[in-house]
Ligand binder design. Structure first.
Ligand SMILES: [Zn+2]
Length: 65
């Protein structure tokens, strides 16, 4: 399971880890992806969604179909 949201496609970002002596090494940030159990077209499905999308669904701003 990759760290990818199946709704918005949000994935890992990259950047630098900067130490106090200003040395920079590569690091990455993964989105907060959770497994969400839902029913799509009458079939129970497990989808990997970021918490941003989960919140939109819970607020009724977005409907899974
Ligand atoms: Zn998302």
């Amino acid at each position: 399971m990759g760290k990818l949201c199946e709704l918005c496609g949000k994935g890992a970002m990259s950047g630098n880890l900067v130490s106090h002596s200003n040395r920079k090494t590569k690091r990455s940030w993964a989105p907060n992806v959770q497994v969400f159990n839902t029913v799509i077209n009458g079939t129970p499905r497990r989808v990997n969604l970021c918490t941003r999308c989960l919140r939109s669904i819970r607020n009724g701003k977005y409907k899974l179909d």
